[in-house]
Design a protein around this ligand. Structure first.
Ligand code: HEC
Ligand code: HEC
Ligand code: HEC
Length: 223
């Protein structure tokens, strides 16, 4: 009995000594009693003789903003080169020289329309021109991405309201449940984007253009 009491007293004395030595680590049972082990040096300094100067940074090439007059590589690959009409066919580079392009190199049709480089017709017959409708819908279910601005003006310049209302979109902001997966599957915005309008896979910022908490709209995506 006496021996046990002495042992317990000894333990108290030890704990007191440890708390004196390292007051910050005085939590009973949690402090380490041994001095920290020195790790062997894993990263060895490179000997002076083997040092090479760092390669200079490659400057980022400016992205072209206009379609060049020269043929784009592979622009004729969709045509039958042996077809008799081939020589008379207007080439894409002739038709599109000087057209504005977006960051990914796709013709920016909204700007082309604004610059009056194109004048699309509403239909073959006497169809009234679509009435421009200037209403932006900001969509905020974008996780860490900037919010999406859906511009009615850019769309209603060439699309009838019936292209989108009542299907696939109800005429009510916030009604649609849109995800990128659906868009990539060709649903919602993907009905057109990726088919007849610019695709969604590398120009995130054309849709995700509204800065939200912690993001800058224009800085999203790409290069
Ligand atoms: C390219 C597709 C598209 C076209 C074309 C289109 N809309 Fe929309 N419209 C939308 C989308 C997307 C929304 C938002 C739906 C949502 O948030 O769920 C919307 C929402 C609306 C709303 C609801 C706005 C609100 O604040 O609740 C109205 C009204 C509307 N559109 C009218 C029109 C009219 C009028 C036209 C024709 C001039 C038109 N839309 C053409 C896609 C389109
Ligand atoms: C019915 C077809 C259609 C649908 C559906 C559609 N778009 Fe578009 N969108 C177009 C066309 C056509 C253009 C113009 C051509 C281009 O820029 O490639 C365009 C252009 C745009 C632009 C460019 C505007 C600018 O000023 O440069 C944005 C942004 C855009 N769409 C967002 C969306 C979003 C977001 C949705 C889904 C809520 C959507 N679109 C659904 C056809 C559509
Ligand atoms: C054609 C327009 C368009 C383009 C281009 C686009 N997005 Fe989206 N994105 C949307 C719309 C619309 C939503 C749904 C917003 C809502 O419902 O509030 C969305 C939602 C999202 C979401 C949240 C929902 C989800 O699917 O997880 C993420 C993350 C996202 N986008 C990432 C991206 C990235 C990354 C890119 C570029 C590779 C991109 N988006 C390009 C239109 C676009």
């Amino acid at each position: 009995m006496a021996a046990i009491r002495r042992m317990a007293l000894g333990a108290v004395a030890l704990a007191a000594a440890a708390s004196l030595a390292a007051p910050g680590l005085a939590v009973a049972g949690k402090h380490r009693s041994d001095p920290p082990v020195r790790q062997p040096m894993l990263i060895q300094p490179i000997p002076e003789s083997e040092l090479r100067p760092a390669a200079p940074r490659v400057p980022v090439e400016p992205v072209p903003t206009r379609r060049p007059a020269a043929p784009a590589p592979g622009q004729d690959r969709f045509y039958d080169a042996s077809a008799p009409g081939m020589p008379r066919l207007q080439r894409a580079n002739e038709a599109l020289a000087g057209f504005p392009v977006d960051r990914a190199g796709f013709v920016d049709w909204v700007r082309a329309l604004g610059e009056k480089r194109i004048a699309p017709r509403a239909g073959v017959g006497p169809v009234p021109d679509p009435a421009p409708h200037d209403l932006d819908v900001v969509m905020r279910n974008t996780k860490e991405m900037p919010w999406v601005r859906f511009p009615h003006l850019a769309h209603s310049q060439w699309l009838d309201c019936a292209s989108c209302h009542p299907a696939p979109f109800a005429e009510k902001a916030g009604a649609a449940t849109i995800t990128m997966e659906r868009i990539f599957r060709g649903e919602a915005c993907g009905m057109c984007h990726g088919k007849v309008a610019f695709p969604a896979w590398n120009q995130c910022e054309r849709c995700h253009s509204v800065a939200s908490a912690g993001t800058t709209g224009a800085a999203a995506g790409g290069r």
